[in-house]
Design a protein around this ligand. Structure first.
Ligand code: MN
Ligand code: MN
Ligand code: MN
Length: 282
């Protein structure tokens, strides 16, 4: 189904393949009326998207997708309808970049020690194409350096589970990032909770902490979600009195077969996260 509201997608400001203005134009062409671009850990695309949205005649909502941890699990929180010029949001990108680099630094240090080599992070970064450094980038770098003969060997000896490079992300805690969004005047939504591989009991405990921190919404209609997952998220939202949010998680044409506005129907009995947004009359 095509929805006229899409509150989760990405541009080249993070890992999407279309520039912010191009995302807006594509959304407008596809009949989307209300759009939030939720780039990972940055609002850098907002100004360009806003200019394009005015031109295309669609309503742009400030958005971001923040990485955090809860009980050792990496969770994504979508922030919506906040002030992108607020100090807290202007600082988010730097804070999150430090968190991301912390992990890469630790991997480089620990794996380098084991290899008895110096890992040059700037060189490893060239493997990530401007994106976040992950273990596969280290593995490819190690192969090219001739320190291991294959990616498999890199993982089996140095990067895989229980090896020196098995470093957990140093993202901030869930409650902290929810607090940032609220402080910036916005609403926090838990993104794609059907993908976290938690039991319902654990997910409910996680959502309770989210609510206690000020979290307001749960994605109940998402690009890649089957009827069963939609049912589970809808019943969770109901049980926990959460508002529903919806988004495609579009990253670019021909990526994961997802397009702007494409997602299951929004469940009728869940209050939408935009119900309190006076400027969104839908
Ligand atoms: Mn992404
Ligand atoms: Mn995500
Ligand atoms: Mn996303």
């Amino acid at each position: 189904m095509n929805s006229i509201i899409d509150l989760h997608c990405h541009s080249t400001a993070s890992d999407g393949s279309l520039a912010p203005a191009a995302v807006v134009e594509r959304a407008a062409e596809r009949g989307v009326k209300v759009l939030a671009i939720t780039d990972h850990d940055t609002v850098a695309g907002y100004d360009e998207a806003l200019a394009a949205a005015k031109h295309a005649g669609i309503k742009l909502i400030a958005g971001i997708e923040l990485s955090c941890v809860w009980g050792g699990v990496t969770i994504h929180i979508v922030g919506l309808n906040f002030d992108p010029k607020s100090e807290v949001m202007q600082n988010v990108e730097r804070t999150q970049t430090i968190a991301r680099e912390q992990r890469a630094l630790l991997i480089a240090e620990r794996v380098g020690k084991r290899l008895k080599q110096t890992i040059d992070l700037a060189e490893v970064q060239t493997y990530a194409d401007g994106g976040a450094l992950g273990r596969p980038h280290f593995a490819r770098y190690m192969v090219d350096k001739g320190w291991v003969s294959s990616m498999n060997e890199a993982f089996n000896k140095y990067l895989g589970a229980g090896k020196p490079g098995d470093v957990k992300a140093s993202w901030p805690e869930l409650a902290e990032v929810v607090g940032w969004i609220t402080a910036a005047g916005g609403e926090a939504v838990m993104a794609h909770a059907h993908l976290y591989k938690m039991t319902r009991t654990k997910l409910k405990a996680c959502l309770q902490d989210f609510i206690d921190a000020g979290g307001k919404g749960l994605e109940v209609a998402y690009g890649q979600m089957d009827a069963n997952q939609r049912g589970q998220m809808t019943s969770l939202a109901k049980d926990m009195n959460l508002h529903g949010s919806c988004g495609s998680d579009f990253h670019g044409p021909n990526r994961f077969g997802i397009d702007l506005g494409v997602m299951p129907d929004f469940p009728k009995d869940i209050p939408p996260i935009w119900s309190a947004w006076t400027e969104v009359a839908v």
